[in-house]
Design a protein around this ligand. Structure first.
Ligand SMILES: NC(=O)c1ccc[n+]([C@@H]2O[C@H](COP(=O)([O-])OP(=O)(O)OC[C@H]3O[C@@H](n4cnc5c(N)ncnc54)[C@H](OP(=O)(O)O)[C@@H]3O)[C@@H](O)[C@H]2O)c1
Length: 297
């Protein structure tokens, strides 16, 4: 498979890059950060797609987090919605598959059951609205496409100095510096390891999954508090973690209950493991996070 990866230096892009490089099914990988290909530029996207002539374009470029999208809605729309339009249209021209990574934030989180891929989307803030628009653009631009929704990603640090490290790294860093934490316990989601998501995307492409929307998350659900507590316990980091309510913490409204569910084709396996097993794998693979490697007072 020949792959063009966009947004390659973000949290997910960095891991898709490393995972694809190590995957023998990927015969050629061109990884483009924002400086290489700005997804808001129709010309830049088209040029890159025509130059590389990939079998698939994995678009992990995004504007996030949600508060920033609320503050800069035009930029959010350009990156999260128009970008996928240019990618999808360029892919259609050469019969490549555009892969758009979307989010549980397309749902309002008002229910109590996990959302299936055909669940009714009703985003409650700019980030979710622009991501849902990006999904539609992807579907409209090309007959062949994959939309993979995921949630609450944890994984190795991004290459880009501007992209944020994942939540697990940030709480571990704060706890190891002796800080106490306040973490929301009323937002329930599907924590997912970036490496498992990256592998899933490559599996879907390799097995020529039918065009459609897939929920690509590790198994099980957790509140952010539970994820934080589990990570710190696994790392042996003693820290006081106070559970707080979502509305005390952020400005953009968060959907409260957005676990994702759904079936994946047979060739997709690793992401079916529980998030706790994926977290263990992450914390073992990246020993810099472990207590014994840290200068903990
Ligand atoms: N993180 C999560 O928990 C989560 C959960 C569900 C879904 N997702 C989805 O997963 C995807 C990847 O998220 P992430 O966490 O990896 O985000 P991220 O770390 O913020 O990475 C996004 C990357 O996109 C790049 N970018 C921004 N504007 C661009 C533009 N105009 N052209 C090209 N690249 C641009 C950024 O470049 P700079 O670094 O140079 O700014 C950054 O490297 C997104 O689609 C997101 O919606 C994420």
């Amino acid at each position: 498979m020949r792959i063009l990866l966009l947004g390659a230096e973000g949290l997910l892009g960095t891991t898709v890059w490393a995972t694809a490089e190590a995957d023998p099914r990927v015969t050629e990988l061109v990884a483009a950060g924002r400086a290489d290909v700005d997804v808001t530029s129709r010309d830049a996207v088209r040029r890159a797609v025509l130059d590389v002539r990939p079998d698939a374009v994995i678009n992990t470029a995004a504007l996030m987090p949600a508060d920033l999208c609320d503050e800069t809605p035009e930029a959010a729309y350009a990156i999260n919605a128009l970008g996928p339009r240019w990618v999808s249209q360029a892919c259609a021209g050469i019969d490549a598959v555009p892969v758009y990574v979307s989010t549980d934030f397309v749902f309002d989180g008002a229910g109590s059951q996990p959302y299936p891929p055909d669940g009714y989307p009703r985003p409650v803030q700019t980030y979710g609205i622009t991501k849902l628009a990006g999904e539609h653009e992807t579907r409209l631009g090309s007959e062949r496409y994959l939309v993979t929704r995921s949630a609450c990603l944890f994984g190795p640090p991004p290459r880009s100095p501007r992209a944020r490290r994942c939540f697990v790294d940030r709480v571990a860093e704060k706890a190891s510096a002796g800080g106490d934490l306040k973490v929301v316990d009323n937002v329930i989601t599907s924590p997912t390891y970036t490496r498992d998501l990256a592998t899933t995307i490559l599996d879907l492409l390799y097995h020529k999954a039918p065009s459609g929307t897939y929920h690509a998350v590790n198994q099980g659900v957790a509140s952010w508090y539970e994820l934080c507590r589990t990570a710190l316990d696994r790392l042996g980091l003693p820290a006081q973690v106070t559970p707080i309510q979502e509305q005390n913490y952020t400005t953009a409204p968060r959907p409260l209950h957005t676990p994702l569910t759904g079936t994946l084709p047979d060739g997709v396996r690793r992401i079916r493991r529980p998030w706790q097993a994926a977290l263990d794998d992450y914390l073992v693979q990246y020993p810099a996070l472990r207590t014994d490697e840290r200068d903990v007072a």
